[in-house]
Design a protein around this ligand. Structure first.
Ligand code: PEP
Ligand code: MG
Length: 572
């Protein structure tokens, strides 16, 4: 029997067989040539045959896929059908005596470089050519194609981590759970799995010890994978499947605790498309609009007009509702060429987010102008906030810029320990705070949120992180009008918009610590609302006190799971 434990990032309980992600195709040696006496034309003929086989596989996969994944597969299939790669490679076999594998590799490079030199759309196709090249080489070698295994029956995918291109082709009807040995809880892979509702565990060291075809039970609420599948595991996975057939629903109106206390349940979005999905999921509004997502592929600053249109398109999905707009959070994992310096030695601690306004003031003021313009032409109520605030002077500066433009309320993200510890002084200057637990955790624990090897440190369940959430809420109480009151009317509002808010157990803890709005991926709304409905505010405060007093993050998780049996019953 073997059992491995990783970091739970998206809940579920499934039994299935392991299929591992094929490793990247290795480059054939540069001096690889045909052996003496080999039939060069027969060898060259193997290339179009392999390309045709690759094309057939990709077409079959594209037929079954949907959305972006379908488009990517169709484009790659088309590339495999294009004779120029095969013809160039055949030439290298016939005239240069290369092996077909080496010839395809070099021809792929030639075609890709040619596309890159054309720039624009054509340059973007270079990645597809390299992907097709790798697939043809694998076919010629009789190896498994790179990427997600191409088998028809559903399976549990294991991988070191997924590249963005792999995640686009992840088909949740075939991949029933995902377990990676690397990647952190805030990684791209983890965020995507949560959006898809795909049961997922990251940082599960040892997972590659399971060979392909092993039957395992995955509990991605707990973060465990075992090959000893029991009757109880069958019962649990059946209960989870039943929950998928009859999922929890969320009708809107906020989270209501068992004693009637209300907690706003909001959505995290990156633009108008997400806003439409969030509105359809009955979110009470938007708790985090990551505006930098609109401009990640841009070399130059977008104009005020262009930004105004983008904000208007987003705001129209939430007429009369709160939309918390975060000003551009560039840097570290989200570099923007017009704003951040790519050569900083330590970008997560560099001139990022609000700090970019010191040198490039107009990028921030232009953005605020655009938000103010969009607010005037729509019915949404933008709440504007700045990311990565560290000092009270910064808060005062940002709030001043907002007030000059009539943008109220104006707030800050609490992502640095410095902002959390003296939150009372920040909240005397601003109107609200939103805690970004992803960054607050990385800065509290001094652990890069992108590193799988530090995933155990990067948990918002760390008692030190919870203590800073409490410090922020306490600061808001002191800064507000009525130190006794719970709720937005008398307190300065404090929300959480990091991934922690979408974890139902942690949501209870956050509310118990004094947070009055939670913002998450819309998919998490039903489970969070359901679990909140099972506790009173007093019980939530008691659970929060237990988590806060825990020795370790694991102890905090255990205490809350013991106090909230609903989590186990629902497989969350
Ligand atoms: C956070 O840091 O928690 C947050 C919500 O911001 P982002 O994940 O975009 O850095
Ligand atoms: Mg952040």
């Amino acid at each position: 029997m073997a059992q491995y434990t990783g970091v739970a990032v998206s809940p579920g309980r499934v039994i299935g067989t392991i299929r591992s992600m094929a490793p990247p195709v290795k480059e054939p040696a540069a001096d690889q040539v045909l052996p003496d006496g080999a039939d060069a034309s027969a060898e060259a003929e193997r290339i179009p045959a392999a390309a045709a086989a690759v094309q057939a596989t990709l077409t079959r996969l594209a037929e079954r896929a949907s959305g972006d994944g379908k488009k990517i597969l169709e484009a790659t299939a088309q590339m495999a059908a294009d004779p120029s790669l095969s013809q160039t490679a055949q030439g290298l076999v016939l005239s240069g005596g290369k092996t077909p594998e080496r010839a395809v590799w070099e021809a792929g490079d030639q075609v890709a470089s040619m596309l890159e030199s054309l720039g624009g759309y054509m340059a973007e196709r270079a990645t597809d050519v390299r992907d097709v090249r790798a697939r043809i080489v694998a076919e010629l070698r009789g190896e498994q194609a790179p990427g997600i295994p191409e088998v028809d029956e559903p399976f549990i995918l294991t991988a070191i981590d997924l590249a963005p291109a792999d995640t686009a082709t992840l088909d949740p009807t075939r991949v029933i759970a995902l377990v990676t040995s690397d990647g952190g809880p805030q990684s791209h892979t983890a965020i995507l799995a949560r959006q898809l509702g795909l049961p997922a565990i990251v940082a599960a060291k040892g997972i590659h010890e399971f060979s392909d075809g092993t039957e395992v039970f995955v509990d991605s609420g707990l973060g465990t994978i075992t090959d000893e599948v029991t009757e109880e595991h069958h019962r649990l996975s059946e209960a989870w499947a039943e929950l998928q057939r009859n999922p929890l629903t969320y009708e809107g109106g906020g989270g209501v605790l068992a004693d009637g206390t209300r907690v706003q349940l909001l959505a995290n979005i990156g633009g108008a498309k997400d806003a439409a999905k969030a509105a359809a999921a009955n979110a009470d509004g938007v708790g985090l609009f990551r505006t930098e997502f609109l401009f990640l592929d841009r070399e130059d600053e977008p104009s005020v007009e262009e930004q105004t249109t983008a904000y208007e398109e987003t705001f129209t999905h939430f007429p009369g509702k709160k939309v918390v707009v975060r000003t551009i959070d560039a840097g570290a994992d989200k570099p923007l060429p017009f704003l951040t310096d790519a050569d900083e030695p330590n970008p997560a601690l560099g001139v990022r987010a609000y700090r970019t306004s010191w040198e490039k003031r107009s990028v921030l003021t232009n953005q605020l102008d655009a938000i103010a313009a969009a607010a005037r032409t729509t019915d949404a109520k933008p709440w504007v906030m700045a990311p990565m605030i560290a000092t009270v002077d910064e808060t005062e500066d940002f709030v001043g810029l907002c007030r000059e433009r009539g943008l109220e309320p104006a707030g800050i993200m609490v992502e640095t320990p410095s902002a959390a510890i003296i939150a009372d002084r920040h909240l005397t200057e601003c109107d609200f705070a939103s805690i970004g637990t992803n960054d607050l955790t990385q800065y509290t624990m001094a652990a890069d949120r992108q590193l799988g090897s530090l995933a155990h440190l990067n948990s918002p369940w760390q008692p030190a992180v919870l203590a800073l959430v409490k410090a922020t809420c306490d600061g808001a109480r002191t800064a507000g009008d009525d130190p006794e009151a719970f709720g937005e009317s008398a307190n300065k509002p404090v929300g959480v918009c990091g991934e922690a808010a979408g974890d139902p157990g942690l949501a209870v803890v956050l509310v118990g610590l004094g947070v009055n709005s939670l913002s998450m991926t819309p998919r998490s709304l039903p489970a969070v609302a359901k679990v909140l409905s099972t506790v009173t505010l007093e019980q939530a405060k008691d659970l929060a006190a237990q988590a806060l007093a825990a020795r370790t993050s694991e102890d905090a998780v255990s205490a809350i799971r013991a106090g909230l049996p609903i989590l186990g019953e629902l497989g969350l």
